[in-house]
Design a protein around this ligand. Structure first.
Ligand SMILES: [Zn+2]
Ligand SMILES: [Zn+2]
Ligand SMILES: [Zn+2]
Length: 644
């Protein structure tokens, strides 16, 4: 099934093993019977009816003589939710739901004990609802799976089979990522086939979806027999463990039962998932992380960073906590600077040592031959530690972590720092460590109101979201020093949609000289003039086809117009950046024109989903796309609304 393939590779056990009986529900019904027999069966009436609409009978419920919610005795919450009280022990279901609905209407009357009891009760209810979601999701997954496998059996070629994108379809409906939606389908299929104890725990309100998901994940690689064993062990442990504890326990069990599978998954993730991630922090700062790296490599890198940070701290010349110094070392190393230059004696002709002199590589290295590698603790030797960390054990020439091997003093010509040239017009930054020139795609969003002078809304750079004036200036200054920088300016309307777009390229040293941090309109116009930008309008509805082109492949200018209008893949909820997406003809060329009214960015996955027989996509206006999913539900996406 498309990209969820690896997960589906595990043998699906006989689906007849699916529990069609729900022992917990039977228990619950039996409890109701006992309550009725004791003449204290039930619940409320007065205020609860406002908050609780009676439901249609649950088809799962074998008992037609359910208590009538309108005929219930007034509810006295006091004994019910206290520790060990009836409501505290009640399984999830309509009665407990009604009790909690009533309890939240009079929270002030509850003791702390009862308050906690209500909290526990609502958690059982949530787990019960998640159990229903699992049943529904599994049914959905089985239907799509049957359609896909049926088409394959009929000889329908790959790419033309229905049912191939269940995760993508569910992601749209649940407003989540396709990865997450795919996991939910996989989990639901496993829970309803080979994890009956965990599923029963959910039905009883004892295991929530989060915990069940960990159990499903770490049992996926197991044989049916091992999975059954793990299901029993983990379902029993789940209610009393924190989710992260349960995840560790499940991982340890998997490691014991299927070590080869664990190793294969780790290797697969390294092959397919290794990357460097730059992200926005919640605080507004940024983070940089290497993902799915070799453990020994990470330990070696961390040890190297630690050693350099300790050396900076012990010099007494650099301020900051050890954590701050580690971060400083990391940004230095990843921008081609030597952190130890910060504590090297300053050359006589400069206020501080320049990270890269105009003379380049001939600069004598301040790092001794034994350098920081002599300080680096060798990480605990693992199977692969030898290859990545051996050099740190006194063999400077071969040390893969040595500064020289990381490219120090070897910045290619053409990337020299303007600021270090004698007579450079740009003033020296206050300290070594201002960002080096970066070959950026600077995508500046400028509200039309700011340009026209009636708004002071901040600018936005690329995918980084809103930047304050200082940040914008730092990014633009660093980008202006690099010859391969490309400049894109998108002018946005008051509703946040793109109005016009223009592009330029190249180095613009001193671009911001004399411009205030938040440029008033004249200065903003001056900025555009310095960049030599011409703005082209984004097509409105109806399209005037002013930017239509004859060929199949849209020009760079047209692609930029489309991406400025629609900054992400235009599938509902997809956040794939348009710069990484295909520019797709909604109606295939030449029936559909190469123009803003027929082009949209689509990530590779949604591009392929659109071509599947059970997905339909139309564009009713420039940037307005109608997606009809296999279920028949439609979703309309609109041009990007920027947060300006
Ligand atoms: Zn552009
Ligand atoms: Zn058009
Ligand atoms: Zn997409």
């Amino acid at each position: 099934m498309d990209e969820s393939g690896p997960h589906r590779a595990s043998p699906l056990p006989d689906s007849s093993a699916a529990p069609d009986q729900d022992p917990e529900w039977a228990e619950y019904v039996a409890w109701l019977d006992r309550q009725t027999a004791a003449g204290r069966d039930s619940v409320p009436a007065t205020r609860a009816t406002e908050a609780w609409a009676p439901q249609a009978p649950d088809p799962d419920d074998p008992d037609p003589d359910d208590p009538d919610p309108d005929n219930l005795e007034p509810y006295d919450p006091e004994p019910a939710f206290a520790h060990g009280g009836e409501a505290d022990l009640l399984p999830p279901g309509p009665v407990l739901a009604q009790l909690t609905e009533q309890a939240v209407l009079g929270l002030g009357r509850l003791s702390d004990d009862e308050l906690i009891g209500v909290l526990h009760a609502t958690r059982r209810q949530v787990a019960r609802e998640e159990y229903k979601q699992v049943l529904v999701t599994a049914e959905f997954g089985r239907r799509r799976q049957a359609a896909f496998e049926g088409a394959a059996a009929r000889g329908v070629p790959a790419g033309c089979r229905p049912g191939g994108f269940p995760g993508e379809e569910l992601a749209v409906e649940l407003a989540t990522t396709r990865i997450e939606a795919g996991h939910r389908i996989d989990d639901a299929l496993d829970l309803t086939t080979r994890l009956p104890r965990t599923l029963a725990g959910m039905a009883a309100g004892l295991v929530d979806a989060d915990r069940a998901g960990w159990i499903a994940l770490y049992t996926r690689s197991l044989t049916p027999a091992d999975a059954a064993h793990a299901d029993e062990v983990l379902a029993a442990a789940a209610p009393d463990l924190r989710a992260d504890q349960l995840a560790r326990k499940a991982a340890a069990l998997e490691m014991k039962l299927a070590p080869e599978a664990v190793k294969a998954r780790r290797e697969h993730a390294r092959q397919t998932g290794q990357r460097v991630e730059a992200r926005r922090e919640v605080s507004g700062n940024a983070s940089l992380a290497g993902r799915e790296l070799d453990t020994a490599d990470v330990m070696a890198s961390k040890a190297h960073i630690d050693a350099l940070a300790v050396r900076l701290r012990n010099s007494g010349l650099v301020e900051g906590t050890l954590d701050q110094l580690r971060a400083l070392v990391m940004t230095d190393l990843t921008q081609g600077r030597d952190p130890l230059d910060r504590i090297a004696p300053a050359p006589s002709d400069s206020a501080w040592p320049s990270p890269v002199s105009a003379d380049g590589p001939s600069d004598p290295s301040p790092v001794s031959p034994n350098g920081p590698s002599g300080l680096s603790p060798v990480p605990a030797a693992g199977p692969s530690a030898a290859s990545s960390a051996a050099g740190s054990n006194g063999q400077p020439d071969q040390d893969p972590n040595s500064l020289a091997s990381l490219g120090f003093h070897q910045r290619p010509a053409g990337e020299q720092d303007d600021r270090s040239r004698p007579g450079a017009p740009v003033p020296l930054p206050a300290r070594p460590g201002a960002p080096v020139p970066l070959p950026a795609l600077v995508n500046l969003l400028i509200p039309a109101g700011t340009l026209l002078g009636w708004s002071a809304a901040p600018g936005q750079a690329g995918t980084w979201g809103l930047l304050d004036a200082g940040e914008t200036r730092a990014v633009v200054t660093a980008a202006a020093g690099h010859p391969r920088t490309r400049w894109c300016v998108t002018l946005t309307s008051p509703d946040g949609t793109a109005l016009a777009h223009g592009c330029a390229r190249g180095q613009h040293p001193g671009l911001l000289n004399g411009l205030a941090p938040q440029p008033p309109p004249q200065q903003l116009a001056g900025l555009l003039r310095r960049l030599g930008l011409t703005l082209t309008p984004i097509a409105q509805d109806p399209c005037d086809h002013a930017s239509a082109e004859d060929g199949y492949v849209p020009s760079r200018a047209l692609r930029h117009l489309v991406r400025a209008r629609t900054a992400t893949c235009d599938a509902p909820g997809c956040q794939a950046q348009a710069v990484n997406a295909d520019i797709d003809h909604t109606v295939p060329w030449p029936d559909g024109p190469t123009d803003q009214c027929n082009l949209a960015p689509r990530c590779r996955t949604h591009h392929r989903a659109k071509q599947a027989p059970d997905w339909k996509v139309g564009q009713s206006a420039p940037g307005v796309t109608i997606w009809t999913l296999p279920s028949g539900r439609t979703h309309v996406t609109a041009p990007t609304t920027y947060d300006t």
